[in-house]
Write a protein that binds this ligand. Structure first.
Ligand SMILES: [Zn+2]
Length: 301
């Protein structure tokens, strides 16, 4: 059976078709209409087009920047706000005449990397997307762990662990709380910390270029970033002890993280021992859409 994965983003909707062995056989992206009915039409249109090109029907999974509330059955927490409050999975299931699975995009990322990515075959995989924000998702044996409240993996909105006096109450998160992990370890948080010192850069890439040139401020800010990332991940390891942590998003391209983080983690993990692999994703920005396709697992035929 062909698996269709749809990544519903704020600016584009992408559809991919995977064979059972993970081979990509179709891909198309369209701009996201900022209106609910048009979004439904775009998704169903893409599925029908792919089916007509490939000459087969397939299962459909959709990754969204939010979650379906287990209490109301309606989308919540999406920054694509026009899908909030809508029964997206039910509407798509009806329009496409089959069960459509919908999951948070960070959960899709974890499923992708746990299915045939860098963490293939690992039992418990935690995926972290370090981009504009900080998404987290859990895959257990390749399946999403959404949780009874639908917020499994949202560790980015826990407070930064072992905060210093300077860190305490120093950031404000969009979610309404102070000092969320996201505000420190997202790419945005990295740039914010650098710019607090009177400089003006717009990207983590620029800071890392200055780091490699030996600029003291860039070295200080990256060292602090790594320490914060180690604290945040150690908290997670103390709770879940995952078989692998996979990083995605812009910051996952910083190779220094993989060199230096393994030495820092044991300073914070209980018992001072930690060999949890922290890995760079295999599929880059395709991981979300591939994971949406893998919401229908290989074992399901
Ligand atoms: Zn928050």
């Amino acid at each position: 059976m062909v698996r269709f994965g749809v990544d519903l983003g704020g600016t584009k909707i992408e559809l991919i078709a995977l064979e059972r062995d993970g081979k990509e056989v179709f891909r198309k992206r369209l701009p996201t209409p900022r209106e609910y009915q048009a979004t439904l039409n775009t998704i169903t249109g893409l599925v029908h087009e792919a089916e007509s090109v490939l000459g087969v029907m397939g299962s459909v999974g959709v990754g969204i920047p939010g979650v379906i509330s287990p209490f109301t059955g309606l989308v919540k927490n999406a920054n694509s706000t026009w899908i909030n409050g809508q029964p997206l999975d039910r509407d798509l299931s009806e329009l496409l005449n089959r069960e459509v699975r919908v999951a948070n995009d960070a959960n899709c990322f974890a499923v992708s990397e746990a299915t045939d990515g860098v963490a293939a075959g690992k039992g418990l995989v935690f995926g972290v997307i370090l981009g504009t924000g900080c998404g987290g998702g859990i895959a257990i044996n390749g399946r999403v762990h959404g949780g009874g409240n639908g917020i499994g993996g949202e560790w980015g909105h826990n407070p930064l662990p072992w905060m210093t006096k300077d860190e305490h109450q120093s950031t404000q998160c969009f979610c309404g709380n102070h000092d969320c992990i996201e505000t420190y370890i997202s790419g945005t948080g990295f740039v914010r910390d650098y710019n607090l010192h009177g400089k003006k850069v717009t990207s983590g890439v620029e800071i890392m270029s200055r780091y490699h040139d030996g600029e003291p401020l860039a070295q200080e800010v990256f060292t602090r970033y790594l320490d914060r990332l180690a604290r945040a991940l150690a908290h997670l390891i103390n709770v879940l002890d995952p078989d692998a942590i996979v990083l995605g998003g812009g910051m996952s391209n910083v190779d220094e993280i993989y060199k230096q983080l393994p030495e820092l983690l044991p300073h914070y993990v209980l018992g001072r021992e930690c060999k949890t692999p922290v890995l760079k994703n295999e599929f880059g920005c395709s991981s979300g859409v591939r994971g949406a396709a893998w919401l229908w697992a290989k074992s399901e035929g």
